[in-house]
Design a protein around this ligand. Sequence first.
Ligand SMILES: [Fe+2]
Ligand SMILES: [Fe+2]
Length: 287
Amino acid sequence: MCAFTVAKPFVLNNNFEIPSIPLILIKIIQTLDDDSGSAKELEQLILHDPALSARILRLANSAFYSLRARVKTISHAISLLGVNLVTSLAIGVSIFDSFSRGGSSEAALISRLWTHSCGVGVLVREIWAGSSRKTKEAEFAFLCGLLHDLGKVVLFRAYPGQYGSIFAIRKSESDPAISSYENQNYGADHSVIGEMLASQWGFPQELVAVIRRHHDPLASDIPMIKAVMLADFMAKELKIGYDGDDGLNEKATELQSKLNISEAEYDRLTTFASRERENIEGFFRIR
Ligand SMILES: [Fe+2]
Ligand SMILES: [Fe+2]
């Protein structure tokens, strides 16, 4: 039985205000698929935020992209990495910053969650790019991985103190998953709460579906959900960050075969993630 049980219907804490992210980012994310996102608008937005600029430049210069020239400006980064990837990064960083503002005592836990999320993003992007699927969609895959556990970030903000305690409980194989604790305490789990926010912000349907349905990837016919959950499994197996759950997904082998990922490709992905660990762990630490 969960030590924090407070049975109540699903209503987020009355004092909770849904944080806003810059409107322009929402506008740009909605146009991710049609190539009409404006590089100039994006550049202006990023230049207004030194922390965001630093992160984008760090990523552009990381081994992850193995670009030959040193990237010194945001416009150079956008032209090399593309509007889609830089938008995905900007969205992730804006959300992270708006939910962890104030330097709460839970900042370390949130940071571990974001390391996990970033690890899943980097891995799912690699899974997507490594298959025959379109490279452009790989950047959208990154965003799906980065935001799949969005509801947990909302819960940290809505229930300061309490959610951190639930998140930090060490859950053994026989203990319930974090979703059970969330359902008992808040009447809904992070997939439902994340969907609420993602819909409210007008995120693309496929991203909303990933957030809502990622706990049952085999039941869905959306390949992105399966790829995100295989990446989630790998990030946990490699202990990249922490997402509040200790159990590993027993369906990983089935996901791997549904996605047509060979053993050799799986090994390549593992080596890739191990090599990128430092970049992944450092990315959200830059403030
Ligand atoms: Fe989850
Ligand atoms: Fe996760």
